[in-house]
Design a protein around this ligand. Structure first.
Ligand code: CTP
Length: 406
């Protein structure tokens, strides 16, 4: 595997020599990309001799090899150890003033940060926010160890043991197979809004977190991802093409347009089943008199439509043709009671291959970073995914999808 070891300017830079050795001795090819400040702690000759590759902090060396793009593009893993408050901030804001930050912007592989700094800097709201941003985008940010820091200080901020960082990196490398490479997937996320007038709408509480986790995970596993996002206020997942929509009609149009040649469609969006029959062009004023009842019209069921289109395409071909796309259709179901029975009926009714069934209500599922679910598989199997980060549920869904792709 090709590993990029980013080293930023903290006293713990010397410990990255040990991390580098662990990688090279287990057969990985390592490119070390230090920052200018890191080179004040450990010089380029040390990194070059230990890694067997040229070392520079600048984008201006070996320009004919376009290192500011190629190093990141070719990497299977980027690990930044130690990651200073400064490099976390620059990464979170997408700055590109040196070779390491250029590499972070061009890498599409998993990224691990191992921060090391004084406790005050680690706990500063700016660093806390930058770490949250990086994690939201799918990077692994290891919490620093608690212990002796430079000088007489102790507290959280110490670089974890290089062997621990190495283990985290191995888990990340193993846990994120590129089994969706070459596959096109469409994921819908968020919740649709149906306008009553120019300022009011009927909507739902979906945050989009689960759909974004699915898109991010698929991109990390190599898929070409189109994410159709309905009213989501989250940073775009790295590597996904994001199409923003508001209403169910717009979501339907965007999903159908994107799924023409898709291998997989995942309908994680909470789609409004009804819309106001008429949309007022002007804001409804309370001086208009007694409020009018809002009459509702039924929205199309996009998931059922996808299932039906595929069923009839297969019927036309006269066989269960694997050439008919999408090969795998995944639906979501939010149920408050009789979760499995309702889910089984929905799976059959909507013609999908997998149905992720969530129990909702009482603070479950909506807007929280954690989720538990049962994934019903057409043909009978039911896979329980225990309560945990939405990333874990996303990984479980893609495992089942990958197993069904021919
Ligand atoms: N869905 C859709 N179009 C709709 C409604 C829902 O594509 N108009 C999709 C959702 O994205 C989700 C699945 O269908 O993947 C389940 O939606 P849900 O609202 O739970 O199911 P309903 O068919 O509305 O059934 P019920 O109202 O009985 O719960």
């Amino acid at each position: 595997m090709k590993v990029v070891l980013g080293v930023s300017g903290g006293i713990a830079a010397y410990k990255a020599c040990e991390l580098l050795r662990l990688f090279t001795e287990s057969g990985h090819e390592v490119r070390v990309v230090p920052t200018r400040e890191a080179l004040k702690f450990v010089g380029a000759p040390t990194w070059a001799a230990l890694s067997g590759h040229p070392v520079s902090a600048e984008v201006w060396d070996d320009v004919h090899e376009v290192p500011h793009v190629r190093i990141g593009q070719r990497a299977d893993l980027v690990v930044v150890a130690p990651a200073t408050a400064d490099v976390l901030a620059r990464a979170a804001h997408g700055l590109a003033g040196d070779l390491l930050t250029n590499t972070l912007l061009t890498a599409r592989c998993p990224v691990v940060f191992a921060p090391a700094m004084h406790t005050e800097m680690w706990q500063h709201p700016a660093t806390v926010a930058n770490v949250a941003t990086l994690r939201e985008r799918g990077s692994v940010v290891i919490d620093p160890a608690v212990g002796r820091l430079t000088g007489a200080d102790t507290g959280p901020g110490r670089l974890p043991d290089p062997a621990e960082i190495f283990q985290v990196c191995l888990r990340v490398l193993r846990g994120r197979p590129r089994d969706l490479a070459g596959r096109r997937v469409v994921v819908s996320a968020g919740g649709t809004r149906e306008a009553i007038d120019p300022v009011r709408y009927i909507g739902n509480r979906s945050s989009g977190l689960q759909g974004y986790a699915l898109a991010r995970t698929a991109a990390a596993r190599g898929a070409e991802v189109t994410l159709v996002a309905a009213n989501v206020n989250l940073p775009d997942p790295a590597g996904a093409k994001v199409v923003r929509v508001e209403s169910t009609a717009e979501l339907r149009e965007a999903v159908l347009a994107a799924c023409g040649d898709a291998d997989v469609v995942v309908m994680a969006a909470a789609v409004a089943d009804f819309r106001p029959e008429t949309r007022h062009d002007a804001k409804i004023k309370k001086t208009d008199g007694e409020p009018e009842a809002i009459r509702l019209a039924k929205n199309p069921d996009i998931l059922a439509e996808l299932g039906e289109r595929r069923r009839s395409a297969r019927a036309d071909r006269g066989v269960e043709s694997p050439g008919v796309r999408p090969e795998v259709i995944v639906g979501f179901a939010a149920e408050t009671h009789d979760v499995i029975a309702n889910g089984q009926a929905k799976l059959a009714r909507k013609g999908c291959d997998l149905l992720v069934v969530n129990q909702v209500g009482e603070g479950l599922a909506f807007g929280t970073p954690d989720n538990a679910a049962t994934v019903l598989v057409a043909g009978g199997e039911a896979v329980e995914v225990p309560f945990g980060p939405k990333e874990d549920l996303a990984a479980a869904v893609w495992d089942l999808v990958a197993a069904r792709l021919s």
